[in-house]
Design a protein around this ligand. Sequence first.
Ligand code: AMP
Ligand code: GLY
Length: 425
Amino acid sequence: MRILLLGSGGREHALAWKMAQSSILDELFIAPGNSGTRKHGKNIPIDPNDFEAVKTAVIDNNIEIVIVGPEQPLVNGIADFFMNDEVLYKIPVIGPDAKGAQLEGSKDFAKSFMKRHNIPTAKYGTFTKETVDKGIDFLRGMNSPYVLKADGLAAGKGVLILDNLKEAEKELKNMLMDSKFGTASEKVVIEQFLDGREVSVFIITDGESFKLLPEAKDYKRIGEQDTGLNTGGMGAVSPVPFADAGFMDKVHNQIIVPTTKGLKSEGIKYKGFIFFGLINVKGDPYVIEYNCRLGDPETEVVLPRLKSDILDLFEGIATNTLSERDIQFYDKSAATVMLVSGGYPNKYEKGKQIFGLNTVVDSICFHAGTKSDGPSSVTAGGRVVAITSYGKNIEFAIKKSYETIDKISFEGMNYRKDIGFDLIK
Ligand code: AMP
Ligand code: GLY
């Protein structure tokens, strides 16, 4: 198979790494890719949101299937663009159409979908400029902390959790009246705060059947013990001990099945990944959010635990035969620690040479924000490289990643020193 993968982060490097192991891969192209993906295929310098450029790349390289890593092209309708194009309509896209991608692209859509299908989630209300006064009243009827969510995509920054009512009222007005998050906050979802432990669960589906992937826990805050600013994710582990069989049964019955059935009943033929951002409240799962793609850095621990050929699964999605495909996992655990640029998630410098990557043998270095500089790699983003390791349990996997990190350096390098520590007895 000739494959085009869209995206340039750690998730995409992990996807490229996994696809490169497939016996049915002929050639892999990554657009635009990074300094890590070039080891597994050919990087082509185009923007995944430039659909005409994607079309040209597909035709020029005889691409047979397109895998979409990030959410933006999906929410922008790349799958619809292919379906409605007289040349591209035969080329399968792994990723939902714009309607399906609304699960991530609109928090209000996701919440009303969950309500329609009785899927456990926090109580909420949605408000606009016109109903801002009702929004203020709604806030006053809630307890602290207050959860405000911009409806649309806001590069992971659209959720505010505030202890103080006055501050929450002010932020609600900022979002609705002063376009704090641009058009993404034309609608705001106000939600009940749920107290519990978070876990990320993933499925792949062809719109008919689905397969569950390994679950993962990610670490979003910049500082140890979950302190400081939110980031794209500072590390992840899989499996997650508190997502035990009883909990995962509830996830299957109360969340995954009603979601896939609900999509079907609403005429949405969803092909691709669904990421369930869940919270475990006293043993019961609630949906915090849906994403229409794999998570980052969760992918860097989920795919290393997948034993099966991922292209066989993608082919199953493309041909509506996923139910006939076999899926197997490794028993071993995986952990990843993200090395980030100094200053991230605030302002940081780029272009720093990364040393030591070639000396690593016991871990996998998934490039997140890197660029090639001749044979070497330089930093090109806030999150730079995810260091993934296996272990007989998560404790061993984490230990190995930290040992590997001692061999790697770049100016300003920062990382969390406590990934997974909360899960180790
Ligand atoms: P989201 O972008 O919806 O995943 O929200 C970002 C983060 O905010 C989540 O990963 C949670 O840590 C937190 N969060 C969102 N909604 C809630 C909620 N209702 N209760 C508690 N925490 C939440
Ligand atoms: N790690 C969370 C995300 O990918 O959104």
